[in-house]
Design a protein around this ligand. Sequence first.
Ligand code: PAF
Length: 294
Amino acid sequence: MKRCNTITELRRTLREWKQNHPGGSIGFVPTMGFLHEGHESLIRRAADEHQLIVVSIFVNPLQFGPNEDFERYPRDPERDAKLAEKAGTDILFMPSVEEMYPRPVLTKVMISGLTDKLCGASRPGHFDGVGTVVSKLFHLVQPDAAYFGQKDAQQVAVIERMVEDLNIPVKIVACPIVREPDGLAMSSRNVYLSPEERTQAVALYQSLQQAEQWFADPDLTAGEIRQRMSELIRRSPLAEIDYVEILTFPDLEDSRQDIPLGDLPPGFRYIAALAVKFGATRLIDNRIYTVKGR
Ligand code: PAF
């Protein structure tokens, strides 16, 4: 595995590889590091489908709000490098903030509509930061496909739309959420949780699991299920709900909240998306449900 810390080095390495592998395809996994099994699954999937695997590790200041955890976001580049290599990475791009943003950023990618809800509403400017850095990374790496975790379902939707709107020639591959044995979705932020918070954090998964049964009931509405999920999460005393939303999928519309599920066309899909704080740690999770009809 080759490590590149500068854009010049990355571009030179990619150019040489392309000269030696005409027609070879590139799979790309952008990350903010502190890699876990979720990232590993993305790298392995990319390695199954492409000849050259590029992974980036960059904690992107542009996507953190002023009171968010940019400074304390967990970082462990040496451990990350070992894990990335073991999972099948060929090129590890680890630029500094100065390398990515040598001057104040005057040009941003802003994706509207899809970003005024869920994490976009709770974290103003977050998706402008994501869109901007992902677009820069796509320009630098020029991959054939890029791999993202479905845990950040809104991020996947936003990036898919950006790629479509800007005709960026990259296939976006959304990969399944990887979970701890008790169901908690893997996240670099899980390390912030105290033992008690960690125990209670399973409430997100439990509510998504329980909702499977509720979504099978043709007489319930999305609005009622949302209410029940919130109540279930509130039973964990340390949980502070940021949002519990049930939106149509894949459009992420806040419509069809009051229609009994049995009156919707079979195959209609909703996504339940959750953001819940435990102390200072904000966790997200989601699941997609398909309505079965009466
Ligand atoms: O999902 C992440 O880790 C980040 O939002 C991403 C896509 C690497 C952009 O910084």
